[in-house]
Design a protein. Structure first.
Lengths: 63, 271
């Protein structure tokens, strides 16, 4: 069980899917142009999604 | 820990104007992390741009910023640096801004080896004005002005910078987010002209015309074509066909322009 908390700032998310595509654990999914956290328990807090989001729309808070 | 970008973002400026998946946002975040790595202060940091989507970047940053005329970032930045040599001066902008209309200013800033860092976002196109070809549009690629494919060869920005006299030249891509901050920070710490070329994506005016189905496809190409210089040394010309070299491509120490100019001032004053 992961202790990282993934925060999506929906009003900033432009639905590009970069975060979801390159997440090594398939934690994220796209839902009508906004990313959703489908499998939070699988997150390994690698920060890749946060680093590559062009829009400051996803934050990973390590537990 | 989640990275705190807020300190360097002007309040109320987000969301930014860039299209979904535009790499300029990834570069901006890398630049902000580089400012922190270098421990810079807002009052002593100037960020200067010309015109274009990429050149909108300084407008979001809470530092001393200048959004100038098309292609003139290096010229204005040279003025800032000469008036206030103690300031850290960073230029940013696109391939159109920096190598077409501003190519002259760019090469001469390199030639002078003035102490600044130029972050050049190379998305191979004039994004802001609807996708006209730039000197960095690949041969054969489609732009609004090359509907049958671009007949021109490209400028290799990094080679151009090295040839013109820049003393720190590095390249990465918008996919390689952690390398963006590291290379920009190295460039800032380097005394002299540093050019960081970030190969970037414009899904809206380049991707669509050139058969990329999505921005994710463009990111995959950036991921797959980048080869670190160290790895490239062990590869054959055939294996390197179509690849882009990433990492620090060139570095040397040479006299810096403001220091040389200070000597002229001292001489003129009879010191
Ligand atoms: C003197 C002048 N000529 C032309 C323009 C129109 N113009 C605005 S942005 C731009 C190109 C920008 O392309 P680039 O620098 O590659 O940045 P991008 O938009 O792709 O990020 C042009 C030609 C202008 N603003 N000023
Ligand atoms: S931190 Fe890593 S594992 Fe967790 S959601 Fe982001 S990319 Fe996936
Ligand atoms: S990378 Fe950012 S903007 Fe793109 S889908 Fe993910 S959270 Fe949204
Ligand atoms: S037009 Fe291209 S360069 Fe401009 S914001 Fe959109 S994707 Fe980015």
């Amino acid at each position: 069980m992961s202790s990282a908390k993934i925060e999506v700032i929906e009003k900033y998310c432009k639905g590009c899917a970069i975060c979801a595509e390159f997440c090594p654990k398939q934690v994220l999914e796209m839902d009508a142009f906004v990313v959703t956290v489908a499998r939070p328990q699988d997150c390994i807090a690698c920060m890749q999604c946060e680093l590559r989001c062009p829009d400051f729309a996803i934050k990973v808070h390590k537990g | 820990m989640s990275y705190d970008y807020d300190k360097w973002i002007r309040p109320g400026k987000l969301p930014h104007i860039w299209c979904p998946g535009c790499g300029h946002g990834i570069v901006m975040k890398g630049l902000i992390r580089a400012l922190d790595i270098c421990g810079l202060e807002k009052n002593n940091t100037a960020i200067v741009s010309g015109i274009g989507c990429a050149s909108r970047l300084p407008g979001y940053i809470d530092a001393c910023t200048l959004h100038t005329a098309h292609g003139r970032a290096a010229a204005f930045a040279t003025g800032v640096k000469m008036a206030k040599p103690e300031m850290t001066v960073i230029c940013c902008g696109g391939d159109g801004d920096g190598t077409a209309i501003g190519g002259n200013h760019f090469i001469h800033a390199c030639r002078r080896n003035i102490d600044m860092t130029y972050v050049l976002m190379n998305n191979h196109i004039y994004g802001m004005t609807g996708g006209q070809f730039s000197p960095c549009t690949p041969t054969g690629a489609k732009a609004s002005t090359t509907p049958y494919g671009n007949p021109d060869p490209i400028f290799d920005i990094s080679k151009l910078a090295i040839g013109a006299g820049a003393t720190f030249v590095a390249r990465t891509t918008a996919f390689h987010a952690t390398q963006i901050d590291k290379l920009i920070a190295e460039g800032i710490k380097h005394k002299g002209m540093a050019v960081i070329e970030v190969v970037d994506d414009c899904p809206t005016t380049y991707g669509r015309r050139n058969k990329f189905r999505s921005v994710v496809d463009m990111m995959k190409v950036l991921k797959d074509t980048a080869v670190p210089v160290v790895a490239a040394a062990k590869m054959t010309a055939e294996q390197l066909e179509g690849k882009i070299l990433t990492g620090v491509l060139y570095q040397e120490n040479k006299p810096e322009y403001c220091e040389q100019y200070a000597k002229v001032i001292a001489k003129a004053k009879g010191a």
